[in-house]
Design a protein around this ligand. Structure first.
Ligand code: AMP
Ligand code: ZN
Length: 119
């Protein structure tokens, strides 16, 4: 691992600009981009640039990052008028939850009515 990045991790590579994406937001710590396979009219993936595989391995040292990323999601949501009436934030954690990319991320979804419970 170099500077907290994994060369074989697609989201590390998106975050450092090696792989192209439809960027929605970037700062030193975070990157957000449109999901390549959107599940709703608005579907944005928000990642920390630092590699962490999923929420289950987060530690006390990640408290600030975890708070900041949620506030960032709320800020990004304001960029999309489709989300004015609500949105859903999802972080799939592990195989049973359907996680397919093992770099922790949050899905910001909206622009349609969602069912509950989720599938
Ligand atoms: P998850 O299944 O929760 O791990 O979410 C991974 C998400 O990343 C899926 O919704 C994929 O469609 C999305 N994804 C995978 N590769 C890319 C990519 N290169 N650009 C944008 N989104 C991607
Ligand atoms: Zn990664």
């Amino acid at each position: 691992m170099l500077n907290g990045l994994l060369s074989n991790c697609i989201f590390c590579r998106i975050g450092n600009g090696d792989v192209r994406s439809d960027k929605v937001y970037e700062d030193e710590e975070f990157f957000a981009f449109k999901d390549i396979n959107p599940q709703s009219p608005v579907h944005v993936v928000v990642i920390p640039k630092k590699h962490i595989s999923d929420l289950s391995v987060a530690s006390d040292g990640d408290k600030v990052m975890l708070g900041c990323i949620q506030l960032l999601i709320a800020k990004i949501a304001k960029q999309f008028s489709e989300l004015n009436n609500g949105f859903r934030v999802v972080s799939n954690c592990g195989y049973d939850a359907g996680q397919t990319v093992f770099h922790m991320h949050y899905h910001l979804l909206g622009g349609r009515i969602f069912a509950w419970p989720p599938g």
